[in-house]
Write a protein that binds this ligand. Structure first.
Ligand code: HEC
Ligand code: HEC
Ligand code: HEC
Ligand code: HEC
Ligand code: HEC
Ligand code: HEC
Ligand code: HEC
Ligand code: HEC
Length: 440
């Protein structure tokens, strides 16, 4: 500990020098005394939280992260809110690993979607809704400016999403519940799937003392952040599309249909659109076989700590074949809705690029424009059938393959596959009604 303290002292000195570049006034030991004295009255719980931290033990004080410019109640606006570069001064290893991972593109990928710019700012820059989970990744100066120009001051740091301020605890981040706030719910219920699977059940049993404390029970971190890495990637990723296209002809055709609905391929010509570049920029899909296999093999290695390799491989290959079967259902749904556009029953609206469903508008099937008028929905601008199609993609296809990969029987079947079958039935029914009405 003593040695670490001196290392830290050196780092504080370095921070003092570098800090000037980031606008954080250099802090010296003692600078935080006044902060703590006053904040013990202003926000005692916060000071208590810092007091239980390693930072307190190692004399990393308020001023090291917030600067010294704010020194009285009247000038709280001068307090600096530290971004990840401030943490980097003392935690370079974790910072360097974090920037290689998918979490580092969370903010950018959220902003790459058209939906983000037609929904309320409170749900984005404000840090609820999408922005509450996608405050992940180092923001560029332009991104920070856009946020501050809209009047939002907080949400400058992603490191505090797993080890929360101000205790900044390693143990908290090792707990799978640290992932729960974001990896849950509508389109990525990994928390629900894992916690009710055998893997999660063992973890809870162990927590309750019903299993010995060294009995294996894999957590999110065991499989996705092994050995202290901050770099997270999976083979399929979230969208469940990849290049090169699968060998199987029908599956390849179905993936092309899905890529059209994602707006990555032009529905008329099948050629890539400008969106493909955006998808590449934020690493939304593995673009080579090697990239896919690297992630897949890393995962097999993790499973093989507790299972035979053959067992693990069989389990993950079942995930792939369920993806194929789910794609068959989804592509049929997309084709039915695309047929309604083709026959003029559904018409291109507002900011829609093609007369074709566009998944990146989520449930906003009015295809609102980002022109400040986006909350005004005119009658006839929405189409329920497209909302059912979106649900089939975003909620139920996700559950079908995610449930398979997370070893959860109920998510894979009732909440996933069976619900997709149900959606397809509803889409067929709605399309028949729309066609009949159109003939009148
Ligand atoms: C004399 C009292 C006092 C002192 C000294 C003081 N603060 Fe504050 N600080 C406040 C008050 C009051 C607020 C505003 C609280 C509120 O909005 O409810 C505040 C707010 C803050 C904020 C939040 C700013 C925001 O925009 O929400 C930070 C960060 C902060 N202080 C850090 C520090 C640090 C670091 C120091 C020492 C360098 C310090 N404070 C010294 C009273 C003090
Ligand atoms: C290791 C760095 C670090 C230290 C040390 C630190 N903070 Fe913070 N603090 C942060 C981060 C990160 C944020 C979140 C910034 C954001 O969201 O933009 C924050 C936010 C805040 C806020 C505003 C948000 C809120 O929850 O109210 C206050 C007030 C604050 N800190 C006070 C303090 C005080 C007082 C101390 C010392 C007892 C302290 N901080 C020590 C990193 C630190
Ligand atoms: C001035 C140096 C300094 C700064 C700045 C700093 N830390 Fe630390 N931090 C330390 C030291 C020293 C330790 C204790 C030794 C260690 O675990 O590396 C520590 C420990 C930690 C731990 C492990 C705690 C545990 O329970 O073992 C986490 C997590 C952490 N810091 C996160 C952060 C984050 C996030 C930021 C930025 C908001 C930050 N630190 C900024 C010096 C710093
Ligand atoms: C509850 C937290 C949460 C909310 C709310 C949320 N997201 Fe996400 N988002 C995530 C998580 C977690 C992932 C990664 C899921 C996965 O891989 O299974 C993700 C994935 C994504 C991806 C794909 C990233 C990739 O690499 O494939 C995009 C784009 C995205 N979200 C945009 C949005 C937008 C836009 C909104 C709001 C309309 C939103 N998200 C709302 C947590 C959230
Ligand atoms: C997705 C969640 C997550 C995010 C985001 C995150 N961490 Fe961590 N962090 C962890 C986990 C999990 C551990 C424990 C690793 C282990 O088991 O050794 C950890 C451990 C640490 C430690 C303690 C290392 C040690 O072994 O003593 C530090 C320091 C740290 N993180 C800094 C950071 C910094 C800096 C950032 C932002 C650049 C960051 N973390 C972002 C999950 C996260
Ligand atoms: C036993 C290992 C294991 C555990 C535990 C685990 N996962 Fe996964 N996870 C996987 C596998 C395998 C995949 C699919 C990898 C692939 O595409 O080849 C995956 C995929 C993911 C994805 C990408 C989308 C998806 O669901 O397919 C996210 C995000 C994710 N996991 C988060 C989590 C979170 C959060 C937890 C804890 C609540 C967790 N995982 C627990 C093995 C695990
Ligand atoms: C504050 C919200 C948040 C927390 C907490 C969080 N994540 Fe994530 N995670 C996200 C978002 C957002 C994405 C998608 C990033 C993007 O846009 O590509 C993501 C992506 C991932 C992926 C990549 C899936 C892929 O596409 O390949 C994995 C794996 C993952 N997270 C694991 C974890 C684990 C494990 C934890 C807990 C230690 C955790 N996350 C905590 C928000 C979060
Ligand atoms: C840290 C150890 C550990 C790791 C890593 C691990 N598992 Fe498990 N797994 C277990 C234990 C323990 C059980 C419960 C006993 C059993 O059924 O074998 C289990 C059970 C299972 C089951 C059976 C569930 C049921 O319903 O009977 C499957 C399938 C499975 N694991 C797949 C995987 C896959 C795939 C991976 C890698 C992505 C993986 N496991 C990683 C420990 C682990």
């Amino acid at each position: 500990m003593k040695k670490r303290f001196w290392q830290c002292g050196l780092l504080v000195l370095m921070l003092a020098v570098v800090g000037l570049g980031f606008g954080i006034a250099p802090a010296t030991a003692g600078d935080s005394d006044k902060c703590i004295e006053c904040h013990s009255k202003v926000s005692p719980g916060q000071v208590q939280d810092w007091k239980v931290s390693k930072h307190h033990e190692e004399e990393v004080g308020c001023a090291d992260c917030h600067g010294t410019k704010h020194d009285k109640a009247e000038n709280a606006n001068l307090a600096q809110l530290p971004d990840e570069h401030v943490c980097k001064e003392c935690h370079e290893e974790q910072f360097d690993s974090f920037i290689k991972g998918k979490h580092n593109v969370g903010w950018t990928s959220m902003n790459a979607l058209p939906i983000t710019h037609v929904e309320p700012d409170e749900l984005m820059e404000g840090g609820r809704g999408c922005g509450g989970c996608h405050n992940m990744g180092i923001k560029t100066e332009a991104q920070k400016k856009a946020q501050h120009d809209k009047g939002y001051r907080y949400q400058n740091n992603s490191c505090d999403e797993c080890h929360t301020r101000h205790s900044f605890s390693k143990k908290e981040a090792q707990d799978p519940r640290a992932c729960r706030q974001c990896h849950m719910g509508y389109d990525h219920p990994q928390w629900e799937m894992w916690s009710s699977s055998k893997h999660g059940s063992r973890w809870f049993s162990r927590l309750a003392g019903h299993l010995p404390k060294d009995a294996p029970a894999p957590t999110c971190q065991t499989c996705h952040l092994p050995d202290g890495t901050h770099n997270n990637h999976t083979a399929w990723g979230f969208l469940g599309v990849r290049l090169p296209l699968p060998q199987d002809k029908q599956w390849a055709a179905d993936q092309v249909t899905i890529l059209k609905a994602l707006g990555v391929l032009d529905p008329n010509t099948g050629k890539p659109t400008a969106r493909l570049e955006a998808v590449k920029a934020v690493d939304l899909a593995r673009l080579t076989k090697e990239a896919f296999d690297t992630e897949r093999n890393k995962m097999i290695k993790v499973c093989s700590r507790c299972h035979s390799e053959k067992y693990a491989r069989t389990q993950l290959e079942m995930g792939d074949s369920m993806m194929k079967k789910a794609d068959r259902l989804l592509a049929q749904g997309i084709d039915i809705v695309a047929g309604l556009y083709k026959d003029g029953i559904l018409k291109k609206r507002n900011a829609q690029a093609f007369a074709y469903p566009d998944f990146l508008y989520f449930l906003r099937t009015d295809y609102a424009k980002a022109d400040g008028n986006s909350y005004k929905t005119l009658p006839g601008e929405t189409s329920h059938i497209e909302q059912v199609l979106f649900r089939m993609y975003m909620k139920h296809r996700m559950r079908t393959y995610q449930g398979q990969f997370h070893v959860n029987p109920d998510y894979a079947y009732w909440y996933g596959w069976a619900a997709m079958v149900d959606d397809l039935g509803e889409i067929k029914d709605l399309a028949a009604t729309l066609r009949a009405e159109h003939q009148k």
